[in-house]
Unconditional design. Structure first.
Length: 158
């Protein structure tokens, strides 16, 4: 595995495209995205105003752990920094809304989740790795190394 580029959050039209799924949730059509995505409602760390972002779910366990999501643009993502300031947030997935608490995973645990995700969705995991600035050869060891560098957050039900 090697790093290919520094990843920066999108701006302009790309930002609008990335944020367009939020409208589906506002129109109560978020269930169309299935359980692979969720809407995260958090508060701005400075303004305290409600903020929204749609994230891909890396792992879902409806019995105990809740959701695991990845910060695709790293620790500089606004939503990630906002969760660091206030980990008590709400999520909406399918037709369910729930209060959750954010827990920031250690690199080893993130690596384990990413390998597990890659086992189920190899092609998508390879593309996600590339989008996050990592070139992987498709092996578990490469996904493990990439996963140890990606910031993962567990959203545990309250």
């Amino acid at each position: 595995m090697r790093e290919t580029k520094a990843v920066v959050p999108p701006t302009g039209i790309r930002r609008r495209l990335f944020r367009s799924p939020i409208r589906l949730y506002r129109w109560h059509l978020g269930f169309l995205l299935g359980r692979h995505f969720l809407l995260l409602e958090h508060r701005g760390r400075k303004t305290r105003k409600p903020r929204y972002v749609v994230l891909e779910v890396v792992n879902y366990d409806d019995t105990r752990d809740g959701f695991v999501v990845a910060a695709g643009f790293g620790a500089t993502s606004d939503w990630y920094r906002n969760l660091r300031a206030d980990p008590h947030v709400r999520v909406e997935s399918r037709r369910e809304r729930a209060g959750v608490t954010a827990e920031f995973l250690k690199p080893e645990e993130g690596a384990r989740f990413f390998v597990h995700y890659a086992d189920k969705h190899r092609r998508i995991a390879t593309r996600l790795s590339a989008a996050m600035g990592f070139e992987v050869d498709g092996s578990d060891s490469d996904f493990r190394e990439a996963g140890s560098r990606i910031r993962f957050v567990r959203l545990r039900r309250v």
